[in-house]
Design a protein around this ligand. Structure first.
Ligand code: HEC
Ligand code: HEC
Length: 602
């Protein structure tokens, strides 16, 4: 008996200790400090109006039903300080400008990409995380910031799995939601702020609605944690996009049997010139812009309804209502067609050594152009770049994301699709299947293609999109093409110096390291800083307070492949060894590649 009692006591003490640690880090989450820069420098990548359109046009995501005015009224768990201040949100890696003030497009004075929308059928304004939140970057140097529109984000937005040290956005947000719900004084202040003179009439309704959203956050955090869905910690600047979209669309929305471990976090790719690519995504799996954007929106929190109130699968034209905003998605997509790559700012990062860059140009032609300079043709009113796809076995970089997309299967039979009706959708499978589709064993890319095709049709009807308009909204009249290659694409490299870290999984911190053999690359390095290293072309990798330690030994994080090394080609070796001075010359050339300075080289 005494032993049982002691064991119980011990367990209780351990639980108490864990709770104390969690509470400690709820008050002091392990986040980098916010160091305001002197000035944010914007480039002429497009007009200032385009930039605002891109930053704040909603796409139809509603973060677990969180209202915009709730988000801006939330306080930190143990103080009256607001949660959604630029200085606090910047600590999660979201982009703010020290000079920013509330504007008509951004009344809450929130970071880049925090937009809002109302659905047609209600007056509620939701917080809407839009493209710019993930596809905008920033490089800091000597107290100055260079904003990279369409660049790679470095935030910890998607991580939903709590950690004991409390460094994730989701965890901090849930802590604030919990404190607001359970602390009556806090809720009182919150309700007065949100409701104003509607306080008396709507106070209890607000409490109910708030609880519903709060519960969704808890459910997801609990689900993702106890199922161990995301074992490879994403850290700053990454998310397992396909894994998360599949778990949301096929797991949450259809059956828990469809949850799959997602251990392949990827970097946020840069978006200039993507409208000219024949195929997009790291593994070149998607073709049509609208379907790609709808799929992404579903993964980031747009609503999607598969079943009616009685739990029966929706049929025919009832398939599938969602909150995606096709006209806004099209506006963003067309705005992106005007986005130019960033140009190396000599006044901030130092002058270009033109003779050295000219040597780099020759080395580039010899060692890189075969993969990174695609053939171009003119098709459907746009220049199309035909990107080279390199099999994983050959390029040798981390296989997880390509393999997961190629191998994982999901049971979508509950949706009761009729094979004949699927053939009428605008989906094009590559290669064309020789056997009937097995709805019990659908890949994420195929499943998502059909889901987005239904969602697209439904959303177009709801938005009154005419057949004549349709090709433009789809994007150059492209079908919803699907490929599942075990391969990664070699993208054109204009402006690549501005998009660290490198490779699809962000496992190599600088371009200098990428051009060096694997044994000269960092096995572990620190992430979460915006401090740029203009010499090696990447982020600084040294330790700093509350940095994220990136470990390339973990599955999904491998920094192998894309190696220049003597020996046989293949298995990750893609070129001859490069002498250090050759690497420097290549770096110098990459700074100007595709920009105005390239024309000035000797
Ligand atoms: C939550 C973060 C997030 C948001 C929001 C987001 N994306 Fe992405 N996007 C990603 C990630 C991650 C990838 C890479 C996925 C992959 O290939 O595995 C990606 C890939 C892409 C690609 C392919 C690029 C390439 O090099 O192949 C395009 C194009 C794109 N996104 C456009 C958009 C647009 C347009 C929006 C808004 C309508 C958007 N994204 C919203 C995270 C995001
Ligand atoms: C055999 C084809 C091939 C050759 C040759 C090649 N690359 Fe690559 N490169 C790729 C592929 C494929 C990727 C994407 C791999 C991944 O993300 O896993 C890539 C990725 C990159 C990236 C990272 C892009 C990003 O957004 O993270 C850079 C930078 C790069 N290559 C530079 C070079 C340079 C410089 C050379 C010449 C010295 C070169 N590459 C030669 C195929 C090649």
């Amino acid at each position: 008996m005494r032993i049982v009692y002691r064991v119980l006591l011990l367990i209780l003490a351990a639980l108490g200790l864990i709770l104390a640690v969690v509470l400690y880090y709820t008050v002091n989450p392990k986040l980098p400090d916010y160091v305001p820069v002197e000035q944010v420098h914007y480039q002429d990548q497009w007009s200032a109006a385009d930039r605002q359109t891109y930053y704040f046009t909603p796409q139809g995501t509603q973060v677990k039903g969180l209202h915009y005015d709730w988000f801006t009224a939330l306080e930190l768990p143990f103080s009256e300080q607001r949660f959604a201040t630029p200085a606090y949100l910047a600590r999660f890696g979201f982009l703010v400008d020290p000079k920013q003030v509330p504007t008509a497009q951004n009344p809450g004075n929130l970071p880049v990409g925090f937009a809002r929308h109302k659905n047609a059928d209600s007056n509620v304004e939701y917080l809407d995380i839009t493209c710019a939140a993930c596809h905008t970057g920033e490089l800091h140097y000597k107290g100055q910031a260079l904003r990279i529109d369409g660049g790679s984000a470095q935030h910890v937005l998607p991580s939903s799995v709590p950690t004991l040290r409390g460094g994730s956005f989701g965890q901090a947000l849930v802590a604030s939601l919990a404190a607001t719900y359970y602390n009556p004084w806090k809720f009182e202040r919150f309700a007065r702020q949100v409701l104003g003179d509607r306080y008396d009439a709507e106070h209890s309704q607000l409490r109910q609605d708030f609880k519903r959203s709060f519960d969704k956050f808890l459910q997801v955090a609990w689900n993702d944690t106890h199922r161990g869905l995301y074992p490879t910690e994403e850290g700053p600047g990454r998310t397992d996009a396909f894994g998360r979209i599949a778990n949301a669309s096929f797991g949450d929305a259809i059956t828990p049997d469809n949850y799959r471990v997602a251990n392949a976090p990827v970097d946020y790719p840069q978006l200039w010139d993507i409208w000219t690519f024949d195929w997009v995504q790291w593994n070149g799996s998607a073709q049509q812009p609208m379907a790609r954007n709808i799929g992404e929106a579903l993964g980031v929190g747009a609503t999607l309804t598969f079943f009616d109130d009685a739990g029966q699968p929706l049929q025919g034209d009832a398939r599938y209502p969602s909150s995606v905003r096709v006209r806004d998605l099209n506006l963003i997509e067309e705005t992106l067609q005007r986005l130019k790559p960033p140009t190396w700012p000599e006044e901030l990062f130092g002058a270009i050594d033109k003779p050295l860059a000219a040597q780099g140009r020759a080395l580039f032609a010899e060692n890189c152009a075969g993969c990174h300079v695609p053939g171009v043709s003119q098709e459907g009113g746009r220049p199309v770049q035909h990107l080279k796809m390199l099999p994983v076995d050959y390029i040798g970089t981390d296989p997880n994301t390509a393999s997961n997309i190629a191998d994982q299967r999901y049971d979508l039979s509950a949706l009761q699709w009729d094979p004949v009706e699927l053939t009428r959708l605008n989906v094009q499978l590559h290669p064309a299947p020789t056997e009937p589709l097995d709805l019990k064993k659908m890949s994420v890319a195929k499943g998502l293609a059909y889901v987005t095709a239904f969602v697209e049709d439904h959303a177009y009807r709801a938005a009154g999109v005419t057949p004549t308009e349709r090709p433009r909204l789809d994007g150059y009249g492209l079908p919803i093409g699907v490929r599942e290659l075990r391969a990664y694409k070699a993208r054109p490299l204009a402006g690549v110096w501005a998009t660290p870290p490198f490779l699809h999984n962000g496992s190599v911190p600088t371009i200098y390291q990428l051009l060096s053999p694997q044994d000269e690359r960092s096995v572990t390095f620190y992430k979460g800083t915006f401090n740029y290293d203009p010499r090696h072309l990447g982020f600084e990798t040294d330790a700093f307070k509350n940095a994220f330690l990136f470990d390339t030994k973990i599955t999904g994080n491998h920094n192998s492949g894309h190696e220049f090394r003597a020996g046989e080609r293949g298995n990750g070796v893609i070129g001859r060894g490069l002498l250090p001075q050759e690497r420097w010359a290549l770096l110098e050339y990459l700074k100007v590649l595709g920009g105005p300075l390239e024309q000035q080289l000797p």
